[in-house]
Design a binder for this molecule. Structure first.
Ligand code: PEP
Length: 252
């Protein structure tokens, strides 16, 4: 059985004081999560502080992105070994905000994904269509293209170590979530396509998160879909109680 994974993506929110308080609130409200994996991705500046607060708890640490090289003349960047040193276990790659705002290409995302794996962490590859693409009936074409490019050159064993996150761009931060059926259809598609790359057995074990306006009041139906294995949560992960309610909805 797949262990669902709920990740809080704090984006560019949280001074140290705020990040510490949020991490402590999540820690205190979640003593022994069973049947669900939980992680938070604070801003880089708060990783060390949050790591201290979560030490010894089952709540894991993740990062929102990274550079694809281990070191070098890349002003302002953070490398995978730096994240691993801080105790990060997960790294988001290909988030639509970075694709759009920073112009991250599929090719760059693929390099980052490989670098995360090479440094012993787990990449969370985000894919999803824009509202225009959905309107034009291109949802699956877009998602398939991002999957193929993002996972290009990876062996079946490496793909099996990767987490997928289906995040329709039109649902991120808009308050308009995908319907449970839309999410299920996309997740089943992702599982099938990735299965062609890594084999059916590995595809069955693959964790595919849904992301896009997941809230405490819609989490149970979204996360109750057979191919939806937890959530990548933005806005609602910034309040401990809301995030904890989503985590509980993810338990299988
Ligand atoms: C996200 O940032 O990945 C996300 C899904 O954001 P939100 O939950 O705010 O839509």
């Amino acid at each position: 059985m797949r262990a669902p994974l709920v990740i809080g993506n704090w984006k560019m929110h949280g001074t140290l004081v705020e990040a510490r308080a949020l991490a402590a609130g999540i820690r205190d409200g979640l003593k022994r999560p069973r049947g669900v994996q939980v992680a938070v991705c604070p801003p880089f500046t708060a990783l060390a502080a949050v790591s201290e607060i979560l030490a010894g708890t089952p709540i894991q640490l993740g990062a929102q992105t990274c550079h694809h090289e281990a070191a070098g003349a890349h002003t302002g960047e953070i490398s995978p070994p730096m994240l691993a040193e801080l105790g990060c276990r997960w790294v988001l790659v290909g988030h639509s905000e970075r694709r759009k705002e920073i112009g991250e290409s599929d090719e760059l995302i693929n390099r980052k994904l490989r670098a995360v794996l090479a440094n012993g962490m787990t990449p969370v590859l985000c894919v999803g269509e824009t509202s225009d693409e959905r309107r034009q009936g291109l949802t699956f074409t877009t998602v398939e293209g991002q999957l193929r490019a993002g996972l290009a050159g990876l062996g079946a064993d490496e793909i099996a170590k990767t987490i997928l996150a289906y995040e329709p761009v039109w649902a991120i931060g808009t308050g308009v979530n995908a319907t449970p059926q839309q999410a299920q259809d996309a997740h089943a598609f992702v599982r099938k396509r990735v299965g062609q790359l890594c084999g059916e057995a590995a595809a069955k074990a693959l964790v595919i998160q849904y992301g896009g306006s997941v809230k405490a009041d819609n989490a149970a139906t979204l996360l109750g879909q057979p191919d939806v294995d937890g959530a990548l949560v933005g806005g609602a992960s910034l309040k401990a109680d809301d995030f904890l309610a989503i985590v509980r909805a993810g338990i299988r």
